[in-house]
Design a protein around this ligand. Structure first.
Ligand code: AP5
Ligand code: MG
Length: 213
């Protein structure tokens, strides 16, 4: 199952990719997480992308495609994967088509008011990457990860100016991918504006139909 999760910032791609990854035993490949790791480790890539990410702009296509190509060489992708946050531009999608066969691109639909509320209240575990929300999905103990006890933090790009820029960049550069995958006959859509369970319930029949093929 080679899956792409499409959708605006805050649509719930990362949250649902985590669930699907555990249920189906395929890795979640989040370019955002990979870039954040590089920034945290202070690598050359991390130094290049830090400012770009804080402003909510996109990392250049060449760097992003090279990162994904390298990640796909790891053996854990043999039975499939979930691309979370990639591709994000038409050139990235074309590049991916050149070296991978995609089964389905699932678009997560939500309106801006929901997206802004979600991003403004997001908390992420520094250790295991688990995603919480102060109101919707609070941890049992404030500031502490339920799963591993790690400390929760606020992403640098979850400030309101950066959120607005990310939504603008999404409309301009990423939204055209919906038509791109529709044109290839690979697009499925879910309404991700309600609860996590509700999104998971919409995803399951789509994934089961792929597994049965
Ligand atoms: P990335 O990390 O991919 O960020 P993003 O696309 O802005 O998406 P998010 O992670 O913000 O949203 P999400 O859909 O995963 O939502 P989540 O599940 O966390 O990218 C960051 C940056 O890296 C980019 O800006 C760019 O600079 C760079 N980058 C990455 N990929 C790139 C690429 N391909 N090309 C170029 N540059 C790239 O949920 C959000 C919140 O809502 C959480 O608090 C969660 O708990 C809550 N929530 C989720 N679902 C629900 C629900 N159903 N009900 C209630 N609350 C929910
Ligand atoms: Mg994410």
């Amino acid at each position: 199952m080679n899956l792409i999760f499409l959708g605006a910032p805050g649509a719930g791609k990362g949250t649902l990719a985590g669930i699907v990854s555990r249920e189906y035993g395929i890795p979640q490949i989040s370019t955002g997480d990979l870039f954040r790791e590089a920034v945290k480790d202070g690598t050359e890539l991390g130094r290049k992308v830090k400012g770009i990410m804080e402003r909510g702009e996109l990392v250049p296509d060449e760097l992003t495609v090279a990162l994904v190509r390298g990640r796909l060489e790891r053996p854990d992708t043999a039975r499939g994967y979930i691309m979370d946050g990639f591709p994000r531009t038409i050139p990235q999608a074309r590049a991916l088509d050149g070296f991978q066969r995609i089964d389905t691109a699932i678009n997560f639909r939500s309106d801006d008011a929901v997206l802004i509320r979600r991003l403004s209240g997001r908390r992420v575990c520094r250790v295991c990457g688990a995603i919480y929300h102060v109101d919707n999905i609070p941890p049992k103990v404030e500031g502490v990860c339920d799963r591993c006890g790690g400390q929760l933090y606020i992403r640098d790009d979850d400030r309101i100016e950066s959120i607005r820029n990310r939504l603008r960049v999404y409309r301009e550069q990423t939204e055209p991918l919906i038509a791109y995958y529709r044109g290839l006959g690979l697009l499925r859509e879910i309404d991700s504006s309600r609860s996590v369970d509700d999104s998971a319930a919409q995803l399951r029949p789509i994934l089961e139909s792929l597994r049965g093929r």
